[in-house]
Design a protein around this ligand. Sequence first.
Ligand code: PRX
Length: 658
Amino acid sequence: MAETLRSSAQTMMAAEQIIPPPPAFAAQALLGSHSAFVKRWQDSVENSEAFWAEEAAELLSWEKTWDQLFVDQGECRFHWFSGGMLNASYNCLDRHLTSRAHKTALLWEGEDGSERSFTFRELRDLVAQFAQGLAAKGVKQGDVVTLYMGMVPELTITMLACARLGAAHNVVFAGFSAESLGARIGDANSALLITADVCYRRGKEIPLLAISREALQQCPDVRELIILERAGSPPLPQSSSGEHLLFPPQGGASHFRESSWQETLELAKGQQHPAVAVPSEQPLFMLYTSGSTGKPKGILHSTAGYLLGATLSCRYVFDLNDRDIFWCTADQGWITGHTYGLYGPLSLGASVFMYEGALDFPDWERVWRMITRHRLTIFYTAPTALRAFIKQGPDRPRAHDLSSLRLLGSVGEMINPRVWHWFYHTVGGERCPLVDTWWQTETGAAMVSTIPGAVGSKPGSAGYPLFGIDLQVVDENGSEVARGSQGYLVITRPWPYMMRTIVGDHQRFIDTYWRQLPGCYFTGDFARRDADGYVWILGRCDDVINVSAHRISTMEVESLLVAHPLVAEAAAVGVRDALTGQQLQCFVSLQPRVSADSSTREALIAYIVRSIGSFARPREVVFVESLPKTRSGKIMRRILRDKAEGREASGDLSTLES
Ligand code: PRX
């Protein structure tokens, strides 16, 4: 622990001045001053049941309200809003039709500049119709549907159609390989995969259909692949039975049939599936993320609790109102895209902007042009993107009319004060509050942030715990450390929008999150709290690294490498990188008689990319005779990290193998 904390020391050199909250934000009228916020926060944790009940009743529409707000069933089975019934797609769409039917719900821009937009009524109709099409194919409450579609409006439609039926969606980021996709389909027990023929990135077609077909070779239980056609595919082959067999499987028989997304929709023309009221705890979705062991974890979220967190944080942290157009630059294949690219804003009746493609394509002005053109009001992005913008010429945003922006947000990694100030001054023109938001796939929605209008920001600090969230910074024994000292960040009690379990492995959920320091949710992050109660995140304390705000498990990479026939032993570490935060570096000792040359190196890199996805490409693969180990045989990753970051190997080397 000390070692990681030492390496994070520079991150805390921030001047701890508070940037005062700007006026004219809803929370200001509601909460008033910072001290009024702290008082309300205190009340929200001391009387948390009353707080959650009040917010859930106000922010969500229920078919039936709950009988019991919180039940701890033992073995870390936490139930919220028991007895309540609701539907997430109803909350995001139908309930807005009385006042917002003709308001834009979703505005989309493709990488080629094409645009599509959908009003709340149009989106509701498409979602209800597609839900009917899915129901006709046998999808029902409790099923799991995997989506591998890229960033298209049909992804949003499909996610909400699943929610409408009470089926859980399992969105897989389009950067994942066939192997990773197959593993996620299998682990989630999903019988249906929905994909697109292609998606577009940096002007290139990504062959999602080919990847999906390859993935399904390892998924014998999948019975159908639904394909959204985007690339001007040839006319559909008609089967004699009138079945919609599209793209008949290449190369002979297959265990799954293929059909078209558009036809699934068409078949249900004129029919609308009603929103099925489901119990509060009905799984809304699962999302796979890297853990500190090799196997990715399927993080399962509930309907009511999750939706409450998404909606509540949009209300307080993003101050969303009816005129807002919210752009969360995260891909919908990650939790940030789920919570702030879809559920939170739509639940509050705000418009969302969705962009397919790379932020720097065809040039670095793209982002500023889109903000200007669509008059976007909230811009929520990751520090890795901001660092890249700064590098491309810090004054470029000034050449654009960004006056539509009224709030900025940051997520995914620590935003250092230099980058914070650039974002605040150059993009926000000192007019827009900048909220950092700390949270995780597991937490469902923001947990630490500042509330514009009520709570000022400290550049470099994630902010203050949000309402109803009680956290502590503790030592190895779980005792709270003094203010200003560093330790493990824990959440001291369950909250409604937390994950419910790891798919298929509840014991791992208990062990990973609730047993490390008994009684608390263990975040896996180091942090400190300053005298004002602000939280400063110092990085991960486990084997998860953060590359461009993407989580990668070094253990997953290591277990892949050691399974490769050329490799005898391997270690993977995260090394600091000015642009991406961290990068992956691998140390490999090869099997006898394998030559340590560039073709072996390329083969191993290609293997990692094929096995996980291109975002896991190591910056370097270093060949070594042997790996440094302790006497008990543990690889000493600290020494490898020191070496990778150009430092003298530090610490006690006496246990090193000679
Ligand atoms: O280490 C923290 C870092 O990202 C981890 C969660 O990653 P993921 O589940 O992929 O979710 C990312 C987006 C919610 C955390 O354990 N992290 C996230 N936000 C911040 C952060 N580190 C510092 N500051 C943040 N604002």
